[in-house]
Structure formats: C-alpha cells, structure tokens
Design a protein around this ligand. Structure first.
Ligand SMILES: [Zn+2]
Ligand SMILES: [Zn+2]
Length: 248
C-alpha cells in the first residue's frame, strides 16, 4: 500500500480519536478555565496563549532586561558583576499569564505543564540550534523540596528542551547544602545564600564541554551563576542559560 496514504489515514484516525476524547472529556484552558475549542491546543486557549508574550527587542544578554541599542549588550547592572555564563535566554517576562502558568506547574504540581512551558522556551531560543551545545543540564533542587513537589521543575523543562533540540540531557550538578528561600532576600544576601552550594556529579562529563543550563525563573541570576561557576571551575568551556521567565 502507498506509504503516504497509510500515513494520511493514521493522521485522520489520530485526529478523530482526539476529537472524540475532547467531546467525552472537554478540556479546559489552564488559565481561564474556558473549554478549549481548538482540539489541538495543548493547555491554553488561544486568547490566553496570545497574551503571553515572548521577549522582543534588545535585551541584556545576562539578565534579559530591555536595553538600548546594541545587540549582545550587557546592562549597567550586569556589567559590574562577575558572571560565569555567557548569555541567558528567557521565553518571557515573569508576569500575568506566564507567572500563573509557572505557578500552576510548580506549586500546583501539574507536571504535565512542562510541555507547554518548555516548548515556549525552545521557540524563544530557536537560534540556539545554530550553536554548539554538547550537553543540556538543569539546576538541581534539594531532595526535600523534590520529594515534597514530586519533581524538579527545571529537570522537567530540561527534558522538553533536550528532546526538542535533540541534545543529550545529563545530570551534571548536585546540591550539597539546603539554602534558605531566595524570595525575601536582597541581591547580596541571595548571592551569599547560593555560593558554593553546588558540586559537579562527575568532572569528566563536564571537561571541555559547552553546556546549556535550564532553570524555570531567573531573578538576580545568583542561582544559575553559582551553577555556572561550579561548571566552569570543573572545566566546562562555556555555559549558557535558558529559562522560562525572567523577573525584572
Ligand atoms: Zn484561557
Ligand atoms: Zn543585565
């Protein structure tokens, strides 16, 4: 039988199955609870999906804040910092829709939302495909937090990014200390709070490698910077960061 015909039939059957499943169990938008009209929409209605904007325009390549003219620029705040990663890509600003979506994923323990958030990250970091990345890894969380949540949100996102880019995912870092929550701390305290709390799992995996580090949200960048420092000191040649959202 003609292979093209077979694949068209398979696709039709798949679409019909999705259609019936949607009639039997109508799915709702994760953000506004409206019934999803588009049977292929993954988790958001088109309205909520369109309201989450990608970061456009010139951005500081470290913290993703909007900057004036030159591309590849660093903002005045980042210029005076010791930064161990070469650039950071964020899929959006941590507000409204994206903030809610990440909140449902992380605190609502909706693990499946990693797919929707991770795909946005890949879309926004499309040009990363042209660069050489050897390994994708993620920011580790303390085992206690992981046990309470049931998963590490950064690892879940890294899995999606790794699959979409077809680049191997490896656990390169472990957390050696539990730290206090970052939210209530100022920039200097945040930095001290995360310094030297990571170690590499195996130096041989890191040596000479160009690494893409995945996290969910970047605020001051202290956490990813501490991870990048550990990786660079263990012999990584380059660390770049990709996150779901940036706070600025
Ligand atoms: Zn919606
Ligand atoms: Zn900056």
């Amino acid at each position: 039988m003609d292979m093209q015909f077979v694949s068209v039939v398979k696709l039709c059957i798949k679409k019909l199955c999705i259609l019936f499943l949607n009639i039997l169990f109508p799915r709702q938008c994760e953000l506004c609870n409206n019934t999803l009209g588009n049977i292929e929409a993954e988790y958001l209605c088109s309205n909520c999906g369109n309201n989450i904007e990608f970061l456009e325009g010139m951005r500081c390549r470290i913290c993703c804040r909007p900057v004036g003219i030159a591309s590849n620029a660093i903002c005045s705040e980042c210029v005076s910092r010791k930064v161990y990663f070469s650039e950071c890509f964020a899929s959006g600003h941590y507000d409204d829709g994206l903030r809610k979506l990440i909140g449902r994923f992380k605190y609502g323990k909706k693990r499946y939302l990693a797919a929707a958030i991770g795909k946005r990250m890949v879309q926004s970091g499309k040009n990363l495909l042209n660069d050489n990345t050897d390994i994708i890894t993620y920011v580790p969380i303390h085992w206690h937090k992981r046990w309470k949540r049931g998963f590490n949100q950064s690892e879940e996102l890294a899995q999606v990014v790794s699959k979409e880019y077809n680049i191997q995912l490896k656990e390169l870092l472990s957390r050696i200390k539990r730290r206090h929550g970052q939210v209530s701390l100022g920039r200097d305290d945040r930095k001290r709070n995360v310094e030297d709390i990571f170690e590499v799992v195996d130096k041989e995996l890191v040596k000479g490698k160009s690494i893409m580090l995945v996290d969910d949200v970047i605020t001051t960048g202290s956490t990813v910077n501490a991870c990048a420092k550990t990786l660079i000191k263990s012999g990584a040649v380059n660390v770049r960061v990709i996150v779901a959202a940036a706070v600025f």
